[in-house]
Design a protein around this ligand. Sequence first.
Ligand code: DGL
Length: 281
Amino acid sequence: MGGTETPESRAALPVGVFDSGVGGLSVLRDIRALLPHESLTYVADAGCVPYGGRPAAMIRERSEALVRFFRELPVKAVVVACNTATAAAAPALRARWPELPIIAMEPAVKPAVAVSRTGIIGVLATEGTLASDRFSGLVSQYAGSVRVLTQPCPGLVERVEQGDTESPLLDRLLRSYLQPLLDAGVDTLILGCTHYPFLRHRIQALAGPALHLIETGPAVARQLQRRLDRAGLLAPAAADRNIAFFTTGEPEALQTFLQRQWPEATGAVGRLDFSNEQAQQ
Ligand code: DGL
């Protein structure tokens, strides 16, 4: 960040938001709904999706490269719109860039424990998230006497990346992940990966209306609002806002997904190449 910046000019900067792919768009939508005056820059690291089964060190490296990109733009804050990257990289990112507000996200164990009546909750998330120390820490901190059943979901992120949010194949996969949890008496299910809110309607349809589904996106948007407010960085109401999109994969794939899932947000998608860390739009 340059020395000539004023608080006003910093407040006008965008917020950077990233995920391994399109999943973080579910969080971007929540941020847009709560903070309509903010400019947002989204990066899908689709060149490396899925993060779920990859080594934590690799996810950390990718996350650092993404934050370096955001710093050069620059942005006023970064949202790690990915549970897997949070588990692997959030402490490292915060230690490296202590001056930058970094908002990260993790499965909403505490709210799920608070609403469960059967005392049995389920968590759908990636292997990386569920195997992390951060997740075990959350469970020991908040579960109390509530049983927490975890279900890794290989294949789901790939379905969403391909734009498949309803197909017989997707339903078969979902059923195989949901049924054991339902049979065990789960009444509250955490969507612990930002790709899964795009499957919410299918999950609810397959599990029935009684299952309580919990996402973290709205809480992340509120946390971003608090952090910006505290730092005097909220964009003024009259701000000229925009959303920019970048991907390390194929721009057409992200554009097609946006057209289907969030047509109001459709815009140009730039390609980001980490080999020279240059973004071309
Ligand atoms: N959407 C991400 C998450 O919240 C990552 C999914 C993946 O790439 O495996 O965990």
